[in-house]
Design a protein around this ligand. Structure first.
Ligand SMILES: NC(=O)c1ccc[n+]([C@@H]2O[C@H](COP(=O)([O-])OP(=O)(O)OC[C@H]3O[C@@H](n4cnc5c(N)ncnc54)[C@H](OP(=O)(O)O)[C@@H]3O)[C@@H](O)[C@H]2O)c1
Length: 306
């Protein structure tokens, strides 16, 4: 990682203090130089393990302007993250996002994904629109959204990779209903990336898909780490267990992320947020000690018992 991408220790401690983390032992345990990286198996390229989901702030550029998303993205970059997941909306909105990607301090740093989410020719147009709107010749990762018209789009994506329009190609799912179809696809194809839902409250990917990705050398992007916010709503009146702090866990956001992050299959976890403080908190969940297997089991049992 470039030195510029590293989160300065003084900034780091100041952000921790702003988040209310003041315990000296916790600060020492958390204080480290940079966000951990994981390798993309197909190339060995390293990516930071916390990313930004295709957030509401991106879809609201038309209404609210570009500064809200720029602020979130700067926060992610300042904390050592780089991956941002997107999909094309409308050209006016997406060209606003393109202007954010060209801003000084942001330009050239994010790892940008896009998706094809419509059938047939309309889907191919979506890819072209992303490139044009984002002002990129090459997208970092082009994905088939929720396996939409998969066997039409997959050859197109392969062509994109061959011609240099996409550095990597992949597929996404975000609910259990598509797991069997994804497994069938993986029996004959090896995408660079697959995106799958996984969290402390949605753990089924552990059974087959995550081990399969490891065996096959497929990078894994995790989505729905907070079940699109349902996780927080369910836990609104539930206290953190008193043993959580000893594992470096001080919030429900950290509780889910620190459960997910130690999984050896994952490359990056996408967190969706419109709030820079939440972005910082999510990024910082990757700093410091991670729970061991026994603690992860205890965490899962605690959630299951609620
Ligand atoms: N099939 C697909 O390809 C697919 C499907 C689903 C999702 N995804 C990807 O995965 C990403 C993430 O999944 P998701 O959309 O289900 O969202 P998520 O990250 O599981 O949850 C987002 C919700 O959590 C809240 N939140 C985030 N950080 C928080 C924090 N530290 N404290 C309290 N609340 C917090 C956000 O509210 P605030 O805005 O207030 O922070 C928002 O309501 C998406 O953005 C998208 O890129 C892909």
């Amino acid at each position: 990682m470039l030195f510029d991408d590293r989160f300065d220790r003084r900034d780091f401690l100041a952000t921790l203090a702003a988040l209310g983390v003041s315990n000296v032992a916790a600060l020492k345990a958390l204080a480290q130089d940079s966000m951990p990286l994981r390798r993309v198996p197909s190339t060995g390229e390293e990516l930071p393990i916390i990313g930004l989901g295709s957030s509401k702030v991106i879809s609201e550029i038309g209404a609210n302007g570009t500064e809200p998303v720029a602020a979130i993205l700067r926060t992610l970059l300042e904390h050592g993250g780089r991956v941002i997941d997107t999909w094309p909306r409308d050209p006016a909105n997406d060209s606003g996002f393109g202007r954010v990607l060209a801003e000084p301090g942001i330009a050239g740093r994010p790892f940008v994904t896009t998706k094809v989410s419509e059938d047939g020719a309309a889907g191919v147009n979506q890819l072209e629109t992303s490139l044009r709107s984002y002002g990129m010749d090459t997208i970092d990762l082009a994905q088939v959204f929720s396996l939409t018209d998969l066997y039409t789009h997959w050859p197109t994506l392969k062509g994109w990779k061959e011609s240099g329009k996409a550095r990597y190609i992949g597929v996404t799912v975000s609910n259990y209903d598509l797991y069997d179809e994804l497994e069938t696809f993986l029996a004959s194809e090896t995408p660079d990336f697959m995106q799958v839902n996984y969290s402390i409250s949605e753990r089924r990917a552990e059974e087959r898909l995550l081990p399969l990705a490891q065996d096959r050398g497929i990078a894994v992007i995790i989505n729905r780490p907070f079940m699109n916010g349902d996780y927080f709503r369910r836990l609104a009146n539930v206290p953190l267990p008193d043993w959580a702090a000893a594992s470096g866990i001080h919030s429900w956001a950290e509780f889910s992320l620190k459960y997910i992050l130690p999984h050896p299959a994952l490359t990056t976890v996408l967190t969706e947020t419109s709030n820079p403080v939440h972005m910082a908190e999510n990024a910082m969940a990757s700093y410091g000690a991670m729970p061991d297997d026994a603690t992860r089991q205890r965490m899962a049992a605690y959630i299951d018992a609620l």
